[in-house]
Write a protein that binds this ligand. Structure first.
Ligand SMILES: Cc1ncc(COP(=O)(O)O)c(C=O)c1O
Length: 417
């Protein structure tokens, strides 16, 4: 058997196991990645790919970052899981680092300029959906204590907040509401960037919070406008509502600033996070300003695994590395380069997003084929629907890698359009 035969057999075995033993909740592409480094992935045949998806926005420092890997290995040899009845090494330091990052004030490009001085308190979970569940509970506690029991959550159309029942209810896309009901009550959605629609929804009464992504990721990479976000902040202040920002996809320098809300010069009340927080080690987090966070008391919320020693070690190492490598500056410059290269591609009518979170609108419905044919060209790409490609490379991606991807993609578009 040649090495290619062995690799093919390995992939076929993986496919057979998946077909028989895995729930088919995802359509799968015919490749198994067995190693990675930076923005590169390697498959069973040893073929190298440029990764512009980063494990769906998670491998912020690139694949198998040596510093994070070393930290996890060191922790692995000591203790992994003791439960949240006890103090856990790294957890408090990570929460302090998150508080510092969340209170950063940036300019419109994302460069840090000062601090708000706010103290943020964090609850650690294991995923983005769980982080949002925590955010919803904090928001409803706020409504219970300060707004006469108001419990309504207003989100945006085309948003995505997760796959649990409450986060699906908060997700403003009808396609997710066609099965699995009944969903929890009290959720409604309004069009993004339409402040009058939001004002009417708030005026109708019963809301305790507005929940938004500053750049909608799964919905197709649709940014909220700066003026809109500022007006939403003012509206929430006028009515005493909590402003919940979902930074699951946009956080941890993905958009240049530590968090995308900072690009609009606003400060939310509650922020959910996950994906890039621990370079791909499963972790989620919800942080709230102390005024809201302190309304949560023992027994109100919990998670067996949330913030365990391994995850906290991975998270702290990731956040420290992102800061010490000045990742925000790197994302601002490579993100601009990526946007320019994408805008120059044929059949691209619009480039959306910020930093290294970009989407392109194509005037031909070939996004699906580009993703599958991209594998042949050594590219890991992602599509949303028929005519949007989304780019979420590891934040360490270089300009040269972006150039190579753009050259290969241009040829693919020319062939398939
Ligand atoms: C903005 C946003 N919120 C929440 C989630 C859900 O995160 P998870 O899949 O980790 O539960 C996602 C996932 O893509 C997301 O993009």
């Amino acid at each position: 058997m040649t090495t290619t035969d062995i690799a093919t057999a390995q992939l076929e075995q993986a496919q057979a196991l998946d077909d028989t033993y895995i729930m088919h909740t995802y359509g799968r592409l015919p490749v198994e990645f067995v190693s990675g480094h930076g923005a590169q992935l390697v498959d069973t045949e040893g073929k190298v790919y440029l990764d512009f998806l980063a494990g769906i926005g998670c491998a912020s420092l690139g694949h198998a970052d040596p510093v994070v890997a070393h930290t996890i290995k060191e922790q692995l040899d000591r203790v992994w899981q003791v439960g949240n009845y006890y103090y856990v090494e790294h957890r408090g330091e990570l929460a302090r680092a998150l508080s510092d990052l969340l209170s950063t004030v940036t300019d419109e490009a994302g460069h840090a300029v000062s601090s708000t001085g706010t103290t943020w308190k964090t609850f650690f979970a294991n995923s983005g959906a769980e982080a949002n569940e925590g955010a919803l509970k904090v928001a409803r506690r706020w409504g219970e204590r300060n707004l006469g029991g108001a419990s309504g959550i207003i989100s945006a159309r085309q948003s995505f907040h997760g796959r649990t029942l409450a986060t699906l209810a908060a997700t403003g896309q009808d396609v997710f509401h066609q099965s699995f009901g009944p969903f929890p009550d009290g959720f409604s959605s309004v069009p993004l960037n339409d402040i009058e629609a939001l004002e009417s929804a708030v005026a109708a009464g019963g809301a305790c919070a507005v929940m938004l992504e500053c750049v909608q990721g799964e919905g197709g990479v649709w940014p909220a406008e700066t003026d809109y976000l500022q007006a939403v902040r003012d509206l929430c202040d006028q009515h005493g509502l909590a402003l919940v920002i979902d930074e699951v996809q946009t956080g941890f320098f993905r958009c240049g600033a530590p968090f995308s809300f900072q690009l609009a010069g606003i400060e939310p009340d509650v922020v959910s996070m996950a994906k890039g927080i621990a370079s791909g080690f499963p972790m989620g987090a919800v942080a709230a300003r102390a005024e809201l966070a302190d309304l949560m008391v023992p027994g109100d919320h919990g998670s067996t695994f949330g913030g365990n020693a391994l995850a906290a070690a991975a998270g702290l190492a990731t956040v420290n590395e992102l800061i010490s490598r000045d990742m925000g500056e790197h994302v601002i410059s490579t993100g601009t380069h990526l946007a320019q290269r994408l805008a120059a591609l044929p059949h691209v009518t619009e480039v959306r997003g910020r930093g290294l979170m970009r989407g392109i609108q194509l005037d031909v419905p070939i996004a699906n084929e580009l993703v599958s044919e991209g594998l042949g060209a050594g590219l890991v790409l992602n599509h949303i629907g028929d005519s949007i490609l989304r780019f979420l490379p590891p934040l360490v991606v270089t300009e040269e890698q972006i150039d190579t991807m753009a050259e290969r993609l241009e040829k693919l578009i020319a062939r398939l359009a």
